[in-house]
Structures are given as C-alpha cells and as structure tokens.
Unconditional design. Structure first.
Length: 169
C-alpha cells in the first residue's frame, strides 16, 4: 500500500497584503478598543423600557352562554427600542366557575423577531367581564428578541360599540 506524499507547509509573510475587510494592519492597530460598557450593552436582554400603547380591533365570537368568553385581538404598536410591531392573541375569561382568572397569550412581531407574552387577569367571579388590567410576562422570543425577558401590567380599554381596543403597557 502506498501513501500519498504530504505537502510541506510554508510560512508566508503577509504583512504587506490588504486584509479581507479592506483595512491594513496599521488601520487595525489605530482602531479604538471596545469599552466594557459596549460589551455589557450587547449582552443584556431586550425588554420594554418605557410606556407604549397598542391599538387595534377585537372579536368576541358567540358561544354557549355557560362557556367562557374568548376575546381575539389584532393591533399595532411602537414599543421604545423595538420599532413598529404587530400584536395578535387572545384572552379567555373564567366562564362558569365559582371564581377564576382571565388568561391568554399575545404574540408581538416585526422584521427583527417575535416576542411571546403570557397574560393573566385578577381573580374575578364566574362569567366576569374582560378585566381592565392584565399582568404580562415575556415567555419567549425569536430573532433579535430570542433572550427577551420582562413582566408588567397592561391597562386595557374595550370600545364595544366599534369592537376596538387600547392596551397601555
């Protein structure tokens, strides 16, 4: 059995050549160092940093009167630092229980990624209305929001005559 010859490796002097980025070695040496603050800023998780409003429409399909009501929402918003986003999701009220909590989920998305939120209302009696306040928690994300975290409250207003809503985060 015959083995192929192994080529010898040769060290070449490349100092006079241009780097792939289009910079010379002198440009790289003159570049400022990245500060620790910049590294920390990159490592932080995205989260809502200020108040914002979501506006849109909702639907409330007719169901068995003994069943819980499910509200379906579609809207848009511009959270600070996130740009324009679309929101969709639903909230279900307790229905025929002695007492319970409204609960549901929302998805907020744009071209940079998706955020998933879990929402819960306060404890209320059976057949309670859509609560005017919900607690939310970010449960996941994709793209630029893959490591997002946070929680807070949503104040909501439903305009039943025109089936429109306003959420204030």
């Amino acid at each position: 059995m015959r083995y192929a010859e192994t080529p010898a490796f040769v060290l070449q002097n490349l100092e006079s050549r241009m780097l792939l980025s289009g910079c010379t070695a002198a440009d790289v040496a003159a570049a400022p160092l990245v500060s620790a603050a910049a590294v920390i800023r990159v490592a932080t998780r995205p989260h809502f940093t200020g108040a914002f409003t979501v506006t849109g429409t909702y639907s409330l399909p007719m169901v068995n009167p003994d069943a819980a009501k499910t509200y379906f929402f579609k809207g848009s918003c511009k959270p600070p630092g996130f740009g324009g986003m679309q929101l969709s999701g639903s909230v279900q009220t307790p229905g025929n229980l002695a007492s319970g909590q409204a609960h549901g989920s929302f998805v907020m998305k744009n071209s940079h990624g998706t955020l998933k939120l879990s929402v819960t209302g306060p404890t209320e009696p059976a057949f309670g209305p859509m609560p005017t306040t919900l607690s939310y928690r970010i449960t996941g994300g994709t793209g630029a929001y893959a490591n997002a975290s946070g929680s807070g409250t949503i104040s909501d207003t439903l305009k039943t005559s025109v089936m429109k809503f306003v959420f204030r985060f």
